[in-house]
Design a protein around this ligand. Structure first.
Ligand code: AMP
Ligand code: MG
Length: 392
């Protein structure tokens, strides 16, 4: 199929097609010390209650609350108190701990204040977590608190989804490696570094494969080799209509191209293919903004599905446009905006020229505003739902 022959897929339908073609990766067991950012692949129930024993919240004396106001001996029979440290086992019979600052110690006797309530300064067994309680659910991302809880419950290892292994390459004879001086007509490969960052942020392990030339055999060799160990191939460039657009025919020969063009601005030439063994290929457009916007809209949700996340999409919030948003005619446009809090509202201002080569339109962008195709546009002052990248 010639590149131009691909049907233009509606942006929403394209997102659904990508997710339909994306599997969830298998799970693996990982030490709690290595699991930050990973997604739990099973529900986690507490094997036992926490605290496991009655424990003191303070340094002080364990006693019977009913005996408040009395002078007690240092043994825990009725009429006695026991010296105890924070976290220490509260002896049987005691139901309160009085802080060391609140007692008067005189030899073997302590005088305790009156009016103590049972349970004061003491954690009952099971007060924090009940045995058998569902504490973490499948699909939860593991952060500091979740990993601390898993460890507290005695889990040295957690069952998490595998991270996607992504092979990343740029394509284009005009590209040169960053740090070299471009001759006239040459362009520094920036997409690879932008996409490397975006992929890592989205939880992928990335192998960076450099710059592939606009030469079918060399490109095929690189891609076939990369796919031996990768779950996902991400390329940039080489998907628009032109003589050097080699990615689509290559993916046609390796698997099934589901999307070759999208009614999306920026990012019309976005390409998505499924390959044997559940592998995926994303052919992102060459223009820097187009590659990052299509990453946001299509690749990031797919990477999250691979990793077992419950929530695949960025959160959205209503924002009030501070500018007249022109529509792109026949394509859904994702416009880059900054956000400002004004009273109870978020106000969205354009990041300036939305040219697909102008990376500055994404630098500092805090949301993407989706403008439906048509000739209407959206007037300044209108409230629209925006995809939030970062809150002000
Ligand atoms: P293409 O889709 O290959 O025709 O590329 C479209 C535009 O994006 C051209 O101006 C390319 O020079 C530019 N471009 C392609 N790949 C990259 C890259 N890796 N880094 C920066 N710009 C690129
Ligand atoms: Mg190119």
């Amino acid at each position: 199929m010639r590149a131009s022959a691909y049907p233009l897929v509606d942006a929403g339908a394209a997102g659904a097609l990508v997710l339909d073609g994306t599997p969830v990766l298998p799970a693996e067991r990982v030490h709690v010390g290595e699991a930050v950012g990973r997604v739990l692949a099973e529900d986690m129930r507490a094997p036992a209650e926490l605290p496991a024993f009655p424990s003191s919240a303070v340094d002080g004396f364990a006693m019977r609350a009913a005996e408040g106001g009395a002078t007690l001996a240092g043994e825990l029979q009725p009429g006695t108190a026991a010296r105890i440290l924070t976290g220490g086992v509260v002896p049987d019979g005691a139901d309160a701990v009085v802080m060391v600052e609140d007692v008067q110690v005189d030899g073997a006797t302590v005088t305790v204040p009156a009016g103590l309530r049972p349970g004061t300064n003491f954690h009952r067994p099971g007060a924090d977590v009940q045995a058998g309680e569902l504490v973490l659910t499948k699909g939860t991302q593991l952060g500091a608190a979740e990993l601390g809880l898993a460890a507290a419950l005695g889990f040295a290892q957690v069952e998490v989804y595998r991270r996607p292994r992504v092979a990343l390459m740029s394509t284009g004879d005009e590209l040169i490696e960053v740090g070299n001086r471009p001759a006239r007509g040459q362009i520094t490969d920036s997409n690879r570094w932008a996409l490397l960052a975006a992929l890592r942020e989205a939880g992928a392990g990335v192998t960076s494969l450099g710059i592939a030339p606009d030469e079918p055999d060399a490109l095929r060799k690189l891609v076939v080799e990369a796919l031996e160990s990768a779950d996902v191939l991400v390329t940039s460039g080489g998907v628009s209509v032109g003589t050097h657009d080699l990615v689509k025919p290559l993916l046609e020969s390796l698997g099934t191209v589901h999307i070759g063009r999208v009614k999306l601005k920026p990012g019309k030439p976005f390409t998505f293919a499924t390959l044997p063994d559940g592998k995926l290929a994303f052919g992102l457009p060459g223009f820097p903004v187009s590659s990052l916007v299509t990453f946001e809209v299509f690749v990031r949700p797919a990477l999250r599905k691979l990793q077992g996340f419950n929530r695949l999409q960025r959160p959205t919030l209503p924002v009030r446009l501070a500018y007249d948003a022109r529509a792109a005619g026949d394509r859904t446009e994702y416009q880059r905006v900054t956000l400002q809090r004004r009273g109870d509202e978020l106000v969205a201002e354009s990041t300036g020229s939305q040219s697909s080569s102008r990376l500055l339109s994404l630098v500092g962008a805090q949301a993407l505003v989706r403008i439906a195709p048509g000739d209407q546009g959206v007037k300044a002052g209108t409230v629209v739902e925006a995809m939030i990248l970062a809150l002000p």
